[in-house]
Design a protein around this ligand. Structure first.
Ligand code: SF4
Length: 448
């Protein structure tokens, strides 16, 4: 009988896509997907270490899985993958006796072999591979995609930016670009399998330079993908503000399939804090960039990431973060309290000196401001029409469909499941802080 696997994922879209690739690798090795952890012979936990909380979650989850024993006294084989695996290595197995395999971020192709070896050794010593394999190629058609409508496509692995708070350069390694021909072939394959939207992924997507086509930058890659028939939408995450070029802004403006949404992580509104973060732009540079982008593409929505309580952040610095938030009017924001991450420059040189209570208060205040902005932006959309790529049924009501506008707003409307995967024009009738509600109009989509 085939052995069953289950992959549990924490963290970002890159982790979600790595899990899709690991699922493909395991299926090629003869495993079949289990319904859940409870009926799996092999459990892979794909981890994130960007925030301290995610790491704590892993250890408690390992404890839960380790205590799952069947009627024969057997427990599943457990593999830990992703950033925590890379960061902690064999220490993971010392802290949790349930770990059989530890596979680093650049070694996921080794997962089936490590699993087989762990099974043969009856789980005695954990199998560990943290090698920084350079090759970023994966066989075409390998990923077992979890979404019927959109496909994640990695274009860059790793990062060389070394922002002082960020663990990614240490866990995902230095920046490596995938060949353009592979990316284009993967988009074609995703479209042929019914996906209508692609999301190009990388730590800094707009740093892309095609290793197999020296003249091709990120805007050039968007142009190449844009020509693929059957593809309706292109998104990407995340660009770095200091690498947004006029050519990229023109590509967003001129290529109809590129969505009118830019996730542009700012991290703080204070130039002083941005300098300590080693972001290499200041508040005014960021605001100027937002003006340029909006000048070229007036309807674009801009979202961001923000950290509060970075070492040395004063009340005045935090006030700058709030005022920048109000000035830009972000369409959405991922906001976090700063937490020290291993190996980073901040953890070595900057004392974590903002008290937890102050961080919590600042985060709550910022989130309240952002919630108000989102509510107002959504209310301003009432009475307009938006083109929605339908990606499934609404979470609340099965008779409602849900999808996203080009600007990335969640839109719900009554409709039949046959519309999933199509673009529908929706008249917006109602708004909340997190989504819009409307009715399908019978006007054909102009798209964008
Ligand atoms: S750009 Fe900075 S924040 Fe983003 S992944 Fe690289 S080091 Fe981390």
């Amino acid at each position: 009988m085939s052995r069953r696997y289950f992959v549990e994922t924490y963290g970002c879209q890159m982790n979600v896509h790595d899990s899709e690739r690991m699922a493909g690798l395991l299926e090629e090795a003869g495993f079949v997907r289990a319904k859940g952890v409870e009926d799996a012979d092999v459990v892979v936990i794909n981890t994130c270490s960007v925030r301290e909380k995610a790491e704590d979650k892993l250890y408690s989850r390992l404890g839960e899985i380790g205590s799952m024993v069947d009627e024969h006294g057997r427990r599943p084989l457990v593999a830990v993958a992703g950033c925590v695996a890379q960061q902690e290595g064999a220490r993971l197995a010392k802290r949790s006796p349930w770990v059989d395999v530890i596979v680093g971020t650049q070694a996921i192709k080794m997962l089936p072999i490590l699993m087989r070896d762990a099974a043969e050794r009856d789980g005695r010593a954990p199998q560990v591979d943290l090698h920084p394999y350079e090759n970023v190629s994966f066989p075409l058609g390998l990923a077992r995609r979890g979404d019927r409508v959109k496909a994640y496509i990695t274009i860059i692995e790793g990062c060389d930016e070394y922002c002082s708070f960020c663990v990614v350069p240490y866990t995902r390694g230095h920046e490596r670009m995938r060949p353009k021909r592979e990316i284009v072939a993967e988009v074609e394959e995703a479209v042929a399998s019914g996906r209508r939207e692609v999301q190009l992924l990388g730590q800094i997507v707009n740093h892309y330079r095609a290793p197999d086509d020296p003249g091709c930058d990120f805007a050039g890659l968007l142009e190449a993908i844009h020509d693929i028939r059957g593809l309706l939408r292109i998104r990407f995450a995340s660009p770095h503000p200091r690498h947004v070029t006029p050519r990229l802004v023109e590509a967003i403006r001129d290529l109809p399939k590129v969505c009118r949404h830019l996730h542009l992580p700012v991290q703080s509104g204070s130039t002083r804090v941005l300098q300590s973060m080693r972001r290499r732009y200041g508040r005014e540079d960021y605001l100027r960039l937002v003006d340029e982008v909006r000048g070229a593409v007036p309807a674009i929505s801009i979202s961001t990431d923000m950290i509060v309580g970075f070492p040395g952040e004063t009340e005045a610095d935090f006030a700058d973060t709030v005022s920048l938030t109000e000035q830009v009017r972000f369409s959405s924001m991922f906001s976090f309290k700063y937490s020290e991450r291993p190996n980073t420059l901040a953890s070595k040189r900057m004392p974590d000196d903002v008290p937890e209570g102050v961080k919590g208060r600042r985060l709550a205040e910022l989130q309240e401001v952002q919630r108000g902005i989102q509510t107002r932006l959504h209310e301003e959309a009432i009475g307009t029409e938006v083109d929605v790529l339908v990606d499934g049924c609404s979470r609340r009501r099965r008779t409602e469909l849900a999808g996203r506008s080009s600007g990335n707003a969640v839109v719900n409307f009554p409709g039949v499941p046959e519309l999933i995967g199509t673009l529908v024009t929706v008249s917006v009738k109602r708004a909340g802080p997190h989504s819009l509600w409307g009715e399908a109009s019978h006007r054909p989509c102009k798209s964008k």
